[in-house]
Write a protein that binds this ligand. Sequence first.
Ligand code: CP3
Length: 354
Amino acid sequence: DPTPAPAPVPSTSPAESDLVRAARGLPVSRTPVWFMRQAGRSLPEYRSLRAGTVMLDACQDPDMVTEITLQPVRRHGVDAAILFSDIVLPLVVAGMDVEIKPGIGPVIDKPVRSVADVDALPALEPEALGFLETAVRQLVAELGATPLIGFAGAPFTLATYLIEGGPSKEHARTKAFMYAEPEAWSRLLDKLAVSAAIFLRAQVDAGAVAVQLFDSWAGVLSAADYAERVLPHSRAVFDGLGERDVPRIHFGVGTGELLPLIGDAGADVVGVDWRIPLDEAARRVGPNRSLQGNLDPAVLLADRATVDREVRRVVEQGRTARGHIFNLGHGVLPDTDPGALTHVAELVHELTTR
Ligand code: CP3
């Protein structure tokens, strides 16, 4: 066999990319931009590749994960890739009967409703994540200088799906369980923190250079309940990274009142939705953390002049933060014109190039 050609040496390493530098509050060449849910239904190339494959099967196929993760990077010129996967994948790999129903989200047949249910949940074995390691290694090789963000679902947000049995608005059963069964609650969130940490470590050890912990639904909690009953478990996920020196992004929706606490859980970067302007968010999280966000994803459905005005506003307000990673305030809506996303990435670069 001929010796394989050496891999091209990228001009910059992903670990020194603008994304990682902004996350650490270091100077950048321009504001890095990526979009939550940048891979997915807004892209025709995604819809055709995914046709006929169940979401959770696609997430466990390294070649499909690699291709879907790369699609938005090629198309939009964003400054980071985020692994194509899902927050419930560690639960599925552990053997829980979670499904993702198209247009609905994660559903589970037998929801967790008792102490016995919590104790019966199977644990995630790191050895079961070989497909993930393969996908991340392949991706990192293809991405060159572009950083790969690994991610996991935070214990609270995962608990909402397990307890409700599917998506919900109020998360009333989840909160009722939290209040009525504080010990079982704590055991459940401990278990979820352990599996989230295993999932993150697998991604970082295979080459992801930043991580995002999604606590999408934490905004339904009061600050006091969040601080006492949720934050310690989210912190345990970050602590599970040990000495791995990758920036930690921590995001939830409707978390205006929780922003300082979301930072305290161990974040280098606090993700902000569109409800609070970034200058106010910067005051709330303090000078030691960077911000990510926060263009309203619905703005992308409006006319170009509106998009431009809102992008400029977010960029200006982001200048008050220690560091700013431009993003949406939540995921890309499926009806979004992909051209609008490409335009936003270009405009952010144009407005911020030093
Ligand atoms: O591009 C990326 O952002 C990476 C991939 C990614 C997905 N899910 C792919 C996906 C990420 C980071 C997630 C995280 C995720 N999954 C979260 C946290 C982020 C957030 O939006 O707050 C949550 C709450 C979930 C649970 C989940 N999975 C939901 C609510 C849905 C949508 C259901 C639907 O069909 O509307 C999913 C399915 C899902 N995850 C899709 C994708 C691309 C759609 C599946 C499809 O294309 O058929």
